[in-house]
Design a protein around this ligand. Structure first.
Ligand SMILES: Nc1ncnc2c1ncn2[C@@H]1O[C@H](COP(=O)(O)OP(=O)(O)O)[C@@H](O)[C@H]1O
Ligand SMILES: [Mg+2]
Length: 377
């Protein structure tokens, strides 16, 4: 009997885009309160006054970006006087990059020529705003990357001060912080603290029931009926709850269906999910590593290179192995502490053999870690 091969154009996906992490879903439940708070904060802009500066906080995958994008979409529909600008600080992780992004998003022109100073770009932005009589609302998404790179205060300060220099301009600020470890007040310089009094909106992790609701909805939209039965989705949900990140669920569904397609089946079986779980085991680590700052990745890589089954390097040995131009001692100690908190390394203190030493153990499989690190460079 001939195997039941799917022909090329046949697919189990009704709409594969639905499982993309950047997809903005039609249905967005469980975040009404947060979305209403955002609307409330932004609404003054419609009357020409300043919005309430807002900070959105919560771990990754809790709907922060999606809620802001949705509110921005409806703002665009409601008015042309207020211009929402979304800046992804993972990509634009410096003061210069953020202002360049704001400038190009507003003017739709190409970036200013290299050599243009930040101050000049800010002036160009201000002139444009005055001329066009529009109010900007900027979302600095994943602004924790600016904090890691020591660019946060530098970026915030001119945005907060703009109104004093150009009285007709009210920059509205929405700041998303996706690293629960960050103590925001502590990250602010005094000069920023005195002008920045944001509303804070919390995004708690989703419960199992909410994750199930979100994934169920996506399955209905993205897959043909009966491709992924409810008992199988339950297996995926149980797995997702171990990490609590809905993005893992989207990834697992997509992978399982691809495996079923590859095997020319018309429905997912348990084995596909097991394979998907295996393949996405690195995903969590990969996301964690891609969330690190460059210097943190460097320290982690050197630590992993020096680490073996037999010996663990000391922090001193790692410091000495860092290349020229690497971060200074105080920053490196901070990095060790952060990597330890993220459970990427374990720091072990020892007083043996005189003198206090700190040993660095690699928490994850060393080779896998190095492979992911080299991919993310
Ligand atoms: N309440 C929800 N309903 C539907 N999809 C959601 C919901 N919350 C998050 N998602 C989906 O989960 C993924 C992560 O959401 P995102 O807004 O990027 O989270 P965050 O910015 O907090 O990391 C996205 O693909 C998004 O579409
Ligand atoms: Mg986000």
């Amino acid at each position: 009997m001939k195997p039941n091969l799917l022909s090329w154009e046949e697919t189990l996906f009704r709409d594969p885009d639905v499982f993309d992490l950047n997809y903005v879903p039609e249905q967005f439940d469980y975040r009404d309160e947060q979305t209403q708070s955002l609307v409330f904060a932004i609404r003054p802009a419609l009357r020409g006054s300043k919005i309430l500066d807002t900070v959105c906080r919560g771990p990754p995958g809790t709907g922060k970006t999606t809620s802001v994008k949705k509110v921005f979409d409806s703002l665009r529909e409601a008015t042309q006087q207020v211009i929402p600008i979304h800046v992804n600080c993972r990509i634009d992780a410096s003061e210069y990059a953020v202002f360049t992004r704001i400038y190009t998003a507003l003017t739709k022109r190409s970036p200013p020529p290299s050599g243009t100073s930040v101050k000049q770009i800010i002036d160009m932005i201000a002139r444009y705003l005055e001329q066009e009589k529009v109010q900007p609302v900027v979302c600095l998404d994943d602004a924790n990357y600016l904090i890691y790179e020591n660019q946060f205060n530098k970026t915030l300060y001119p945005l907060l001060r703009m109104h004093e220099i150009f009285p007709s301009i009210n920059f509205g600020l929405i700041i998303i912080i996706s690293d629960p470890e960050i103590d925001l007040q502590n990250s602010l310089e005094i000069r920023v603290q005195s002008t920045f009094h944001p509303e804070v909106i919390q995004y708690p992790p989703y419960s199992a029931r909410e994750i199930a609701g979100i994934l169920n909805e996506r399955v209905k939209q993205g897959l043909y009926p009966k491709v992924l039965g409810p008992e199988l989705l339950d297996i995926i949900i149980a797995h997702v709850m171990k990490h609590g990140d809905v993005r893992l669920g989207l990834d697992l569904i997509k992978r399982s269906v691809l495996y079923a397609e590859k095997a020319a089946r018309t429905a997912v079986i348990e084995e596909d999910i097991a394979k998907a779980v295996e393949a996405s085991r690195d995903l969590h680590l990969e996301m964690l590593i891609s969330s690190l700052a460059d210097d943190e990745r460097l320290v982690l890589r050197i630590a992993a290179e020096l680490f073996s089954e037999e010996t663990s390097p000391t922090t001193k040995e790692i410091m000495e192995a860092l290349p020229d131009g690497a971060p200074k001692l105080t920053r490196v100690s901070e990095i060790f502490k952060r990597l330890d908190r993220l459970r990427l390394i374990d720091l072990e203190y020892s007083n043996q053999g005189g003198g206090r030493r700190r040993y660095v153990h690699i928490h994850e499989d060393r080779d896998m870690l190095l492979a992911i690190l080299s991919r993310s460079e």
